[in-house]
Design a protein around this ligand. Structure first.
Ligand SMILES: Nc1ncnc2c1ncn2[C@@H]1O[C@H](COP(=O)(O)OP(=O)(O)OP(=O)(O)O)[C@@H](O)[C@H]1O
Ligand SMILES: [Mg+2]
Length: 95
């Protein structure tokens, strides 16, 4: 289970993510909906341990996913960008 607790991220004076808490269950599909600029991609980068929140924390199971944790466990959380097929190796997909 991947959990966000009160996650906040600012870019200058722009608040991108404002106190988001959520739980992503294993083997479940969770959809985050919001207008353009509402912070979906920023939240996704934070959940993927690519980016650090200004405040709040990310937990993987019971462990806090801090910077050191992210370094050794980054593979546990993967971000698949839009047009996912172009991110994947076409040779692998043809098998
Ligand atoms: N690297 C960045 N530097 C500065 N501002 C950023 C950065 N990334 C996002 N922002 C700002 O943070 C806010 C949230 O942007 P974000 O891209 O997370 O929204 P989004 O919901 O993914 O939008 P879209 O639906 O258009 O993809 C916006 O105001 C955006 O301009
Ligand atoms: Mg986006």
């Amino acid at each position: 289970m991947l959990k966000a607790e009160n996650v906040t991220k600012q870019y200058g004076s722009q608040t991108a993510v404002n106190g988001v808490s959520l739980e992503l269950e294993d083997n479940a599909v969770t959809v985050i909906v919001g207008e353009s600029g509402s912070g979906k991609s920023t939240l996704a980068r934070i959940l993927s341990l690519i980016e650090k929140p200004d405040s709040g924390r990310i937990l993987l199971g019971d462990a806090e996913a801090d910077r050191r944790y992210a370094k050794s466990n980054r593979r546990l959380v993967q971000l698949v960008m839009q047009n996912a097929a172009s991110s994947l190796d076409p040779h692998q997909m043809r098998r």
